[in-house]
Design a protein around this ligand. Structure first.
Ligand SMILES: Cc1cc2nc3c(=O)[nH]c(=O)nc-3n(C[C@H](O)[C@H](O)[C@H](O)COP(=O)(O)OP(=O)(O)OC[C@H]3O[C@@H](n4cnc5c(N)ncnc54)[C@H](O)[C@@H]3O)c2cc1C
Length: 604
């Protein structure tokens, strides 16, 4: 079975040393969230994820969620764990105290999201969509809807879902058919079918609050005619108590490659009573409040799964002995173990961690994961500023950065999750492919993350076609400027200078790529479409390097306070700049080669 130790040291390092957004530090409500409180929360979070939730991952994979007699049953142990989970207040961590939440900032709750994703993504999903539904209702619901539904969602005794997908409507939401007919009392009756609904039904909560996209009979076609509705599984009376069953039923659940403990449901709506949330025909905009935050969380799922895959690959490489290494420099760990009589014979094979290629693979994982964690911490600060700052301009600027980086974090972290879980499996060799060690489950569980919440291709199209070319605000220009400033700050630092120069070189490549996109947008949209994935990767690698540059500056400054920790950071950063950042060359050169051989090809 896989093991997991929450990386609290790295998280606390970011929380204490990399709060680099001055506007985040101005937020009144978070001034009292000091290091002691952060550490206390993370230690409690580590306890529950390592001890209570991690064992559920294997259980959920072996005994998946089931559907019998019209009801969904979660895997053994989920009910008891969920009860403890909500009693300890974990669902309410980041929610508004006005509705019973604890008001903890995303700079901490994002770390908890990572820990949960590492320990069991299937279990996490039962509460994850509740937070999404909470955010959507908080921003777009009327006061009476908020009062009636939010406190119970925040407590975790009701859960939430997000119902967009239909049999013939996936990426293209303009095709959706579910109907909503207004009733004389102002409620709506919804009819249609939704598929692939995460936590659409289960036995963990007494009610489930579905947020459903549907069309009224007079709505225009396409995405301009979509409205958003709140539809409870069990009707809720005026006083908040439960009424009769609503017209929502579960048709079936999916049998899947991974996240088998999570119930993915086909839901039928047969005249189900619902309440419109937000303005008529503007439902997609309201739903995007939920989807945008959710996309960042999906990125963090990729990060969390990568972390546990990395930890287990590293541990295994320190136990498994095969072959002889070439280089005496790499024999240090083996020598040390011989000294303490761990390895008996001089002729014995070396530990695989002493092989250069295994070291490369593990450092590749580590440098990507720690860069991602630093980037997501930066994004959490921007998100808090975008939601809570009192100055409108500062709020808007932060919101623009969040919007730019959301598709990057969602896609890059989940794609890297595939690379890292695959490489971790490779380090385990044949034992990785068989079920014994549990490493192949991480690969299977992560595989959904590049698909749901909008596929990664769609994220890259969103980045390039909607977010990059935004003449009103030139967000990418502002982002580039902030990186240039960081490079300038470090240009006279003897050790950081070469890395800053390397980043500067690749930043120029990204600027050239951006200009290429702007030009080709006018002449060949296919060229741009086929370049979107590469552009997203280039921006993502630049964003990770920018994070690493800031980590480096702190590491040299603080070296004396924790030499071992900061030396580790510096070496990992060096690996990233030398071995990962140059991937940009391949992405750029491949993308600008155009689409003649792609669009002219005749598939038989
Ligand atoms: C386990 C699981 C859980 C899910 N949970 C939920 C949930 O809770 N709620 C919910 O509403 N949905 C959920 N989904 C649905 C999920 O969001 C969709 O599967 C996803 O958005 C893709 O839609 P699709 O499967 O219909 O693929 P399609 O839209 O048919 O896409 C097929 C392929 O074509 C590509 N493509 C499509 N359009 C374009 C384009 N314009 N340009 C370029 N490429 C394009 C896609 O990237 C993809 O590779 C879940 C799915 C799964 C498997």
């Amino acid at each position: 079975m896989v093991t997991y130790a929450a990386p609290i040291n790295d998280m606390m390092f970011l929380f204490e040393k990399l709060k680099d957004n001055p506007h985040y530090c101005e937020l009144e409500k978070y001034k009292e969230v000091n290091s002691d409180l952060a550490k206390d929360i993370l230690e409690q979070a580590a306890k529950i994820t390592e001890n209570l939730i991690l064992p559920l991952a294997k259980v959920g994979d072996e005994i998946p969620a089931t559907f019998e007699n019209g009801a969904v049953r979660t895997p053994p142990g989920y009910k008891e764990a969920y009860k403890k989970f909500i009693e300890d207040g974990w669902v309410s961590l980041s929610c508004d105290p006005e509705y019973g939440g604890q008001g903890i900032p995303k700079t901490i709750s994002a770390f908890f999201d990572e820990m949960l994703s590492s320990s069991s993504l299937s279990f996490k999903l039962y509460s994850e969509l509740s937070i999404g539904a909470y955010n959507c209702i908080l921003h777009h619901g009327t006061e009476s809807i908020k009062k009636k539904f939010l406190p119970k969602i925040v407590k975790g005794i009701w859960s939430g879902t997000m119902c967009l997908t239909e049999p013939a409507c996936g990426t293209d939401l303009g095709l959706l058919k579910t109907k909503a007919v207004e009733q004389p009392d102002g409620t709506f009756e919804l009819s249609g079918q939704k598929i692939f609904i995460t936590s659409g039904d289960h036995d963990l909560t007494e009610n489930i609050i579905h947020l459903v996209l549907a069309r009224t009979p007079d709505a225009p076609s396409g995405t301009k005619g979509i409205s958003l509705f709140l539809v409870p599984k069990i009707q809720v009376k005026e006083d908040g108590s439960l009424g009769p069953r609503n017209g929502v039923s579960t048709n079936s659940i999916e049998s899947k490659m991974g996240i088998k403990g999570s119930a993915t449901c086909v839901l039928n709506f047969d005249g189900a009573i619902g309440y419109m949330i937000g303005p008529k025909n503007k439902g997609l905009g309201s739903m995007f409040t939920m989807m945008n935050l959710e996309r960042i969380v999906v990125g963090i799922q990729g990060l969390g799964i990568s972390e546990i895959a990395y930890q287990n690959a590293l541990n295994y490489s320190k136990e498994r002995k095969q072959g002889k290494t070439n280089n005496s420099k790499t024999k240090n760990l083996t020598k040390l173990l011989k000294k303490i009589n761990f390895l008996k014979s001089q002729n014995e094979a070396n530990l695989i961690i002493d092989h250069a290629d295994i070291r490369r693979s593990i450092l590749n994982m580590k440098s990507i994961i720690e860069g991602e964690r630093a980037l997501s911490f930066w994004l959490a600060q921007q998100t808090e500023v975008s939601l809570h700052h009192s100055d409108k301009k500062i709020k808007q600027e932060a919101s623009d950065f969040v919007s730019l980086m959301t598709p990057v974090v969602k896609s890059l972290f989940t794609d890297m999750g595939m690379e890292i879980t695959s490489d971790a499996m490779q380090i385990f060799g044949g034992y990785g492919y068989t079920k014994d060690q549990g490493i192949e489950q991480l690969y299977r569980d992560n595989r959904i993350t590049p698909i749901y919440e909008g596929t990664n291709s769609i994220q890259s199209i969103d980045l390039v076609f909607r977010k990059l070319i935004n003449k009103d605000r030139n967000v990418i220009g502002r982002y580039i400027k902030s990186i240039e400033e960081e490079i300038k700050k470090n240009k006279n630092h003897p050790q950081i200078k070469p890395l800053a120069e390397k980043l500067n070189y690749y930043l120029k490549t990204m600027i050239n790529f951006t200009i290429w996109i702007e030009k080709n947008m006018k002449v060949s949209k296919d060229d741009v479409s086929a370049a979107c994935n590469d552009y997203l990767k280039v921006l993502g690698l630049i964003a990770l390097s920018y994070s690493w540059l800031k980590v480096l500056a702190v590491s040299y400054k603080e070296m004396n306070t924790n030499k071992k920790f900061f030396e580790d950071k510096i070496e990992t950063a060096n690996f990233f700049f030398k071995r990962v950042l140059p991937r940009i060359d391949a992405h750029y050169n491949s993308a600008i080669s155009g689409t003649k051989y792609i669009m002219d090809f005749k598939f038989n």
